[in-house]
Design a protein around this ligand. Structure first.
Ligand SMILES: [Zn+2]
Length: 130
């Protein structure tokens, strides 16, 4: 029953045992825990922006605790998330400020939200570059 099931992370592309993925209600995330956590840090970033003191404190603590990982998520991880817009990232944007869970969001809504983001980015790009 518990033969190690493998799964490939959509985010980093690494194949890892299923235990390295988060379980959301009945199914596992498409991202490994590491990537999934990075997404949730992005999610909580908005909260920290509204709480600058705590943010500073938290950031400082985390930076000291795990400097390599800290740097990675600050640079590549975040950029990649924003650029690739994986489902879980989109879901986290939709549920932001609500009591919903990522698994509550139907895939249709994810598609719409991604389209919205793409539209906004494209508009921004066009207007900024003339
Ligand atoms: Zn991953």
């Amino acid at each position: 029953m518990s033969a190690t099931e493998l799964r490939t992370c959509k985010e980093c592309g690494k194949t890892k045992p299923i235990e390295d993925f988060c379980k959301l209600r009945r199914w596992y995330t498409h991202q490994c825990k590491e990537c999934y956590n990075a997404i949730h840090r992005l999610y909580s970033k908005q909260w920290h922006e509204r709480n600058p003191t705590k943010r500073k404190e938290y950031k400082y603590r985390w930076k000291n605790k795990d400097p390599i990982h800290f740097k990675m998520t600050q640079d590549e991880g975040m950029k990649r998330l924003v650029k690739n817009m994986p489902d879980c990232y989109i879901r986290s944007l939709i549920i932001w400020g609500t009591k919903l869970k990522p698994s509550d969001i139907p895939i249709e809504l994810v598609g719409l939200k991604r389209a919205e983001l793409t539209l906004k980015r494209e508009a921004k790009r066009l207007f900024n570059n003339g």
